[in-house]
Ligand binder design. Structure first.
Ligand code: HEM
Length: 356
């Protein structure tokens, strides 16, 4: 790393002589608990202005996605990569050729020169960047964020990233192999609140997974519970059940998780409680970013991650034209309550996420 160190570190002692954590004052006046975090303040600011252009748009979304695809290259049994280590950029010739990583090349092409310019590892660019990206999305929680990852030493092999056409059992088994239980998988899928697809159906690129893709809210959980419609036309997706909302794309795996007896109640609990969703996502996402890493070698710089604005609404609503009657009930132990309101106005098409 070729940082200039701007920090003046002062160590103080408590009233009775007990040592307290060292604090450092960065050149911009921010006080942090470890001087290393001072170095990441300009990195954070450059992320926001240069990579994300100040919005919860395509590049912010894709950075959260690459964080998953990088980290999930890991197995508790070994032999499937070293997790959240930046290998997806370091060994891009290998990993970006995997079908499940289709489309990741675009954000990798942004993050590679950015990391080199900033003098940080690819792993830190991806996982610190993902936390900064989330801070631009209203409603997102602050995710505990560590820095100091070294360079990746091996690529992950093919087959570690779940495919949206895989059965629920295979995805849950793959995620369990990487250390995540079914509740954590559903919590991580809150990320599909700020998401769109390009590769599954290229004819409708940038079609989002919920009606509010610039907000980290729980709309995705409610909207995926809506009774679907058959995919129109004669293409390769004929026969698939799709979102009933015009312009919105439903991943087959999301639809299946919302209806599978192992995951439907957790799914519904997030549709009904945005605060719970955000809290469980933060815990699972923090864990994801440490997959295969040892925190003893890292520094916690969570304190320099900005807090996102609150989401415009604190609870999911039915999009215009939809009501409680459109919910496909799948959780066997709790009925979906009839208390949520419907957005006023006529049904409109969900807008695509603009390209950046
Ligand atoms: C567990 C099973 C998962 C499957 C099968 C899955 C599948 C997909 C697919 C197919 C896309 C669309 C890609 C494209 O066509 O461009 C996508 C987008 C996305 N995924 Fe997932 N995903 C999963 C889990 C996750 C997790 C755990 C995260 C993060 C924690 C995540 C974050 C995202 C984001 C943010 C996008 C939107 C990217 C963008 O709009 O540029 N996904 N996912």
């Amino acid at each position: 790393m070729f940082f200039a160190l701007f920090a003046a570190v002062s160590i103080s002692a408590g009233a009775f002589g007990a040592a307290v954590a060292p604090r450092a004052t960065c050149s911009d006046g921010t006080v942090v608990s470890n001087a290393v975090c001072c170095n990441f303040i300009p990195v954070r600011d450059a992320f926001i202005s240069d990579v994300f252009e100040g919005t919860c748009g395509e590049n912010a979304h894709s950075t959260v996605r690459i964080a998953f695809h990088d980290a999930i290259g890991f197995s508790k049994a070994g032999g499937k990569g070293n997790g959240a280590d930046g290998s997806i950029i370091q060994f891009e010739d290998t990993e970006l050729a995997f079908e499940a990583n289709a489309g990741i090349d675009e954000i990798a092409d942004e993050l590679r020169p950015f990391a080199q310019q900033q003098g940080i590892s690819f792993g830190d660019a991806i996982h610190f960047g993902s936390s900064v990206a989330l801070s631009l999305c209203p409603g997102a929680p602050v995710v505990q964020t560590f820095v100091g990852r070294g360079n990746a030493t091996i690529p992950a092999p093919d087959g570690t990233v779940p495919d949206p056409f895989d059965p629920v059992t295979s995805i849950l088994n793959r995620m369990a192999d990487a250390g995540f239980n079914s509740d954590e998988v559903i919590a991580l899928l809150a990320s599909h609140s700020i998401a769109a697809q390009d590769e599954i159906e290229p004819a409708i690129q940038r079609s989002p997974f919920d009606s509010t893709p610039a907000q980290f809210d729980n709309q995705v959980f409610l909207e995926v519970q809506l009774r679907g419609v058959l995919f129109p036309g004669n293409g390769s997706h004929q026969g698939e059940v799709q979102s009933p909302l015009p312009g919105e794309f439903r991943l087959q795996s999301d639809g299946a998780f919302a209806r599978d007896s192992r995951t439907a109640c957790t799914w519904q609990s997030f549709a009904l409680n945005q605060a719970l969703m955000a809290q469980k996502f933060a815990a699972a996402m923090g864990k994801l970013s440490l997959t295969g890493q040892n925190t003893a070698n890292l520094v916690d710089c969570t304190e320099i991650i900005p807090k996102a604005a609150p989401a415009p609404r604190s609870q999911a609503f039915f999009p215009a034209g939809k009501t409680h009657n459109d919910i496909e009930q799948a959780c066997a132990t709790q009925a979906f309550p009839s208390t949520l309101s419907t957005q006023a106005g006529a049904t409109t098409s969900v807008a695509r996420v603009p390209e950046q």
